[in-house]
Design a protein around this ligand. Sequence first.
Ligand SMILES: Cc1cc2nc3c(=O)[nH]c(=O)nc-3n(C[C@H](O)[C@H](O)[C@H](O)COP(=O)(O)OP(=O)(O)OC[C@H]3O[C@@H](n4cnc5c(N)ncnc54)[C@H](O)[C@@H]3O)c2cc1C
Length: 408
Amino acid sequence: MSYCLSHRGIEHVVLERSDVANSWRTERWDSLRLLTPNWQSRLPGLAYEGDDPDGFMTVPEVIEFVDHYADVISAPIQTRTTVTSVCCAGDGYQVDTDRGTWKCRAIVVASGACNVASVPAIASSAPSSIAMVTPLDYRNPDQLKEGGVLVVGASATGTQLADEIHRSGRPVTLAVGEHVRMPRVYRGRDIQWWMDAAGVLDEHYDQVDDIKRARNVPSPQLAGSPGRSTLDLNALTGIGVKLIGRLAGIKNRKGQFSGSLRNNCALADLKMNRLLNTIDEWVSENGLDNEVSPPHRFAATTVEKSPPLDLDLSNGQIQTIVWATGFHPDYSWLGVPVLDRKGEIRHEGGVVDSPGMYLMGMTFLRRRKSSFIHGAGDDARDLSDHLTSYLANTISNADSILQAGANK
Ligand SMILES: Cc1cc2nc3c(=O)[nH]c(=O)nc-3n(C[C@H](O)[C@H](O)[C@H](O)COP(=O)(O)OP(=O)(O)OC[C@H]3O[C@@H](n4cnc5c(N)ncnc54)[C@H](O)[C@@H]3O)c2cc1C
């Protein structure tokens, strides 16, 4: 956004509570790699410049990439400045920080989609002997007690942590709800390459039937690894991870699990095949059938006939629960009345329900790719255009009102 504002000649400042790339410095686990390939880490004015376009950045590499970008675009960043409150003031906003107050005509909320781990209320019913950890606190398996681990949630984070923790010798049971299955590689190319080429990631927020639902779709079961291996439920059961249904409650020191595991897995298989059909159609339409390997389908997810519906949490088999149940933003500093009943900002494709306020970085904000690094560019171009017209219109309106007054 800063790059786009600079290009449109809009004077601005970027306020950051810590250092550039703070979320990558302080909120990620040690072994994490981007699940998006390096070539996809592109921002306005900077494409990936390294010699491994098909690799997956480690966390230190992401920090270096974002740091480098801030330098290249000479972003006017004021670090170590925490925004403590934003409220309406005249025809703009007053922004209070721990290092002074700012007044501005327009504001872009880009404080991140994943500030807080979403832990369900039932966590408080877990026996006190069980240690609990969220992905924001988790760094590596060594910080966990020896013994069994219940990982709740089977999206990108849950599957990656289940894999790493189980391989560390702590037997993992993975509670699986609705999820999105994807192969890492299909017909010889990375799944992200296909989705990018076929336009799936560019799908616009006003082209989908149910945008509320689309914004709540879980992240895909994908991991970036040098071996480009697929990390789906079959891969996890292959190393010995046990699958169980969605965690519905904890009562009398027992976890209670939904009986929908088989259905959820069948649905995820079906949706994956729909995506592969879209890719196959795109390949044929573009005459590429002879250039890539032939279409094929993956084995259905293997689920035992009658997965258990409860799990004793007091017999010592489970020592730790990892809540891989998603994240949400923190708007505790936002004093402008733009939050809905769920605490989410009301907006239309990033244009917030308060004049001159904009939002960035949320799931499917304007496009399916909006919450990814490579999704920021197109959204920033659109929203900075809107912001520029907003400023031009409000300034010329103010001028006309002043002139009208002067003529009287
Ligand atoms: C576990 C995990 C894995 C991910 N993997 C990928 C991936 O493989 N590929 C990909 O493209 N994306 C991935 N993402 C999404 C990724 O986080 C985003 O692509 C990118 O970091 C979003 O950048 P952002 O600037 O919108 O938000 P953030 O990176 O969250 O940055 C927000 C910034 O705002 C600052 N801030 C917050 N509140 C305040 C305040 N009150 N005052 C001042 N500053 C404040 C924070 O310190 C932070 O630096 C992943 C996310 C998570 C959680």
